[in-house]
Structures are given as structure tokens and as C-alpha cells.
Write a protein that binds this ligand. Structure first.
Ligand SMILES: NC(=O)c1ccc[n+]([C@@H]2O[C@H](COP(=O)([O-])OP(=O)(O)OC[C@H]3O[C@@H](n4cnc5c(N)ncnc54)[C@H](OP(=O)(O)O)[C@@H]3O)[C@@H](O)[C@H]2O)c1
Length: 318
């Protein structure tokens, strides 16, 4: 199953997420994912795992098990490089790590920037992120467009930008963003942003579609998971599917790309098997009603990047 982007390229609707997956665990997980049929892989420079993905892809491509053109590889410009003058250097680094000549999609990881330098997470003595407050989305986007011209990436897009920030980029763009990657799941459905992007012809990718369990645990959060919601359990029993499959199916049925992360073979398989059933209109409505709006947001950037709420381009209301 594929979706069409505004530049004519197609993107597989189900991708393999890799945040918090490293070393041998990722290597094995990715091998399995490719065997199962995943062709779209989502990573980021700040996940520090591009080199592992590169190693696996190199083996698959050089042994003829997969052709480069059948893969869809996404990576992201890290936060300390969100400025025009850093883009070329960072995309070249990612390509080198991934052992690729070109990317399918290069995303700006977020709308705010940290100070320039070698540190991905520059912090002061109080543990606060050292921010670059002069973030300029106009020169940034021009440099992103230059990467398409140079053939380093086929498409460019954004992640974690809000509507106002995307609108500003659209007003100056020669190449409009093809994709927006945001936190989106049953408890944070982002209906207004999704509809606005639809009218602007920007395809949405959902991250944390399963509720990013690992992150919640890490921050000691006692958030009840929508995978345990009574309606979701009932619906999943009806279709003889798991709650995770229902959660992912709901999104792809709404033309939203999903990139579930798993390093467990059974769950990697399970997350890919969502194209052999269709949720009824009534079940789609029941699930749409589970939305909690901003209250449902799980990934709070302030927890990862202390002090970031004070950045002039901090995108969220919470
Ligand atoms: N652009 C951004 O700022 C951003 C932010 C966050 C994430 N992302 C991307 O989006 C991807 C997905 O988001 P995410 O990693 O936050 O979370 P997620 O995919 O919603 O959830 C991953 C967690 O759920 C577990 N899991 C996987 N499949 C499951 C299943 N079928 N049933 C129950 N639990 C399951 C995983 O554990 P096991 O591995 O043990 O299965 C892991 O703990 C990331 O890996 C990354 O590529 C992007």
C-alpha cells in the first residue's frame, strides 16, 4: 500500500520506525522487517543509528536481495543544525552513514534550533539546552530545496512544525514540503492540522502511533494506553486483529503514513499486517471520538530538551 506525494513520488504507507533502537537489536529487527516486506525506514541523525541501518541496507542491496529504488529511506536534519548553513553538511553525513547516494525524504526534525557545533544536545551547567534563538525558516528551506536540486534527496519535508510555521514556508517555497511528520495517534488525532495539510497537499506521517510505550516508561508516566481502551479491544476482537493493528489501520485508512517501531519479531510482523481488513464507517467514527486533543500528547519536548519551551519557534501549546 502506497500513498502519492505532491511531487509525484510514492511513499509506502507502512514504515519501520527506529527511534530508541540501537546496535544488534536494531540490526536484527531491521533484517526481520526487510524479510517481512517493510521497504520504508524512518531514522534521524539524532537517533545515532544511521550507520547500523546503512550496514544492513548495504548488505541487502549488494547481495541483490533488494534494489535501492524499491526502498524508501527517510532521515532528519538534527536540531543543532536547523539553519541554512548547516543543511548540506548534515545531509552529506547522513548519506555517508546510511551508505546511500540519495535519500527519499529529508525532514527538518523540528522548527527550533540548538547552537551550532559538534554537540547534538548542547547543554549548560544547569542541564538546559543551549538554544540558537535566531532560527530562520526562510533560509533553512532554501537550503533544503538546494538538496533536491543537488540530487541528495528526492523529497523534502517537515516534522513537529505547526500550521503557522508551515504556512510561512509555503509562502516562500519553490519546492513545497511533501510530508509532515507529527505525533498522531488515537488520543491525539490532530484533526485540524491534518485537514489543513490535506488542503495544502502535504501528506502526514504519524509518529508514536502506538503510544510510544518505551518513552512513557522512561519518564515514569502512568498514562493509560489506548491499546487498552474498551472500544479498541471490542473492535479488535470483532476483526480478529490486535489493538495495535486497529490503531495503525485507523490511521492508514485516513491516508496517514505509519512508522511503528518494534524490535520484536512478532510485533514487527503484526504491525505490517494491516492491509487485509477494513474498518467500517461506524467503527472509524467510534475511534475518531476517542481523540483527547492536546491532553493526549505524550512526547513532551521539554522533557527531552529542558528549556526548549522558551524558544521563539517552540511549536506546541503544551
Ligand atoms: N519526528 C519525530 O520527532 C519523531 C518522534 C518520535 C518518533 N518518531 C519516529 O516514529 C517512530 C515510531 O514512534 P515511537 O518509537 O515513538 O513509538 P511507537 O511506534 O508508537 O511505539 C513503540 C513502542 O511500542 C512497542 N510496540 C511495537 N509494536 C507493538 C505492538 N504491536 N503492540 C504493542 N506494543 C508494541 C515497542 O516495543 P518493542 O520494540 O519491544 O516491540 C515500543 O516500546 C519512531 O521509532 C521514529 O522513527 C519521530
Amino acid at each position: 500500500m502506497k500513498f502519492k506525494l505532491n511531487n509525484g513520488y510514492e511513499i509506502p504507507a507502512i514504515g519501520y520506525g527506529t527511534w530508541q533502537a540501537v546496535d544488534e537489536e536494531l540490526e536484527k529487527g531491521l533484517e526481520k522487517a526487510l524479510e517481512i516486506g517493510y521497504r520504508h525506514i524512518d531514522t534521524a541523525a539524532i537517533y545515532f543509528n544511521e550507520h547500523i541501518i546503512g550496514k544492513v541496507l548495504k548488505n541487502w542491496i549488494s547481495s541483490g536481495k533488494v534494489k535501492r529504488e524499491d526502498l524508501y529511506i527517510v532521515t532528519k536534519l538534527p536540531f543543532h543544525a536547523v539553519r541554512g548553513s548547516s543543511v548540506e553538511k548534515m545531509i552529506k553525513k547522513s548519506l555517508k552513514n546510511l551508505q546511500l547516494d540519495y535519500l527519499d525524504m529529508y525532514l527538518v526534525h523540528g522548527p527550533f534550533s540548538f547552537i551550532d557545533g559538534d554537540e547534538f544536545l548542547p547543554k549548560d551547567e544547569n542541564g538546559k539546552i543551549i538554544m540558537d534563538l535566531d532560527t530562520d525558516h526562510v533560509t533553512l528551506w532554501k537550503a533544503m530545496e538546494d538538496q533536491v536540486d543537488a540530487g541528495r534527496t528526492r523529497s523534502i519535508g517537515l516534522s513537529n512544525f505547526n500550521e503557522k510555521q508551515i504556512d510561512k514556508i509555503l509562502s516562500v517555497a519553490r519546492i513545497p514540503p511533501a510530508n509532515l511528520q507529527i505525533e498522531l495517534h488515537l488520543y491525539l488525532q490532530q484533526k485540524s492540522l491534518v485537514n489543513w495539510c490535506k488542503s495544502a497537499n502535504i501528506l502526514i506521517t504519524s509518529y508514536s502511533s502506538l503510544g510510544t510505550a518505551a518513552t512513557m516508561k522512561k519518564f515514569g508516566k502512568n498514562v493509560s494506553s489506548f491499546l487498552e481502551n474498551d472500544d479498541i479491544i471490542k473492535i479488535s476482537e470483532k476483526y480478529k486483529k490486535t489493538p495495535a493493528q486497529v490503531a495503525l489501520r485507523f490511521l492508514v485508512q485516513n491516508n496517514i503514513v505509519v512508522i511503528p517501531k518494534s524490535v520484536n519479531e512478532n510485533r514487527i510482523k503484526e504491525n505490517f499486517q494491516i492491509t487485509d481488513f477494513e474498518l467500517s464507517d461506524n467503527d472509524m467514527k467510534i475511534i475518531a471520538n476517542l481523540d483527547k486533543g492536546e491532553e493526549g500528547r505524550l512526547l513532551l519536548f521539554e522533557e527531552h530538551f529542558p528549556g526548549i519551551k522558551n524558544h521563539p519557534e517552540y511549536p506546541f501549546s503544551v
